[in-house]
Design a protein. Structure first.
Length: 206
């Protein structure tokens, strides 16, 4: 019998969905979540009623409440797991984790925007300037993270989970070109993958 009492509206290639799924695994909450694949581009009425912004991921609770975006969902899952698990209680550690998450989320957002510009626009309507602007954001952020890279945290935080998903997304959409000049981040991601089986289990397939 299924023990799922939460529904995750999801896309298999969304790095933000991957964030939620890995966080759920780290917090031993995966069995409570039913993943429902959703095409956000179709603007289906039931989905838009759950998130009027029309963006994934959305976590729908047993009483029909919607929780979004990924940052809020991770905080909600941390709450369900008792609190202070992936969101540190100590203020210094907490804000360091939140800033790392914001940086990683920004990498993912820029990657998604650059990808959509190519995938969703006809070639004659694409903006090379816009694509390069997004790639520049990614390059600056990855360089900054390499410069201050630390050994993998224990316990893991929302920042660690987000960073792993951001680097995984760069592997998928940008052929892992970040790896050549960022050996500390490569080692960090290898350590994360070894520690968290859900990283491989949620690997992007498309």
């Amino acid at each position: 019998m299924s023990t799922a009492d939460l529904v995750l509206r999801a896309s298999p290639t969304s790095p933000f969905v991957r964030k939620v799924r890995i966080a759920a695994a780290v917090l031993s909450l995966s069995e409570r979540i039913e993943v429902q694949v959703t095409d956000a581009m179709k603007d289906e009425a039931d989905f838009l009623s759950q998130n009027p912004l029309g963006k994934i991921p959305v976590l729908v609770t047993a009483d029909g409440q919607s929780v979004y975006d990924s940052r809020v969902i991770l905080e909600y899952l941390d709450h369900l797991a008792g609190g202070g698990r992936i969101l540190p209680a100590d203020p210094d550690a907490r804000f360091a984790a939140l800033v790392l998450q914001a940086t990683a989320d920004g990498i993912m957002e820029a990657g998604v925007l650059a990808t959509y510009e190519v995938r969703l626009r006809p070639e004659d309507q694409r903006s090379p300037w816009w694509i390069e602007r997004q790639k520049a954001k990614i390059a600056r952020a990855v360089d900054a993270l390499e410069a201050k890279a630390q050994p993998l945290a224990d316990p893991l935080t929302v920042g660690d989970i987000a960073l792993a998903c951001a680097l995984g997304y760069l592997d998928l959409r940008f052929e892992g070109t970040w790896r050549e000049d960022h050996p500390k981040l490569v080692a960090w991601l290898d350590a994360f993958a070894a520690k968290v089986p859900a990283f491989e289990e949620t690997r992007f397939r498309g």
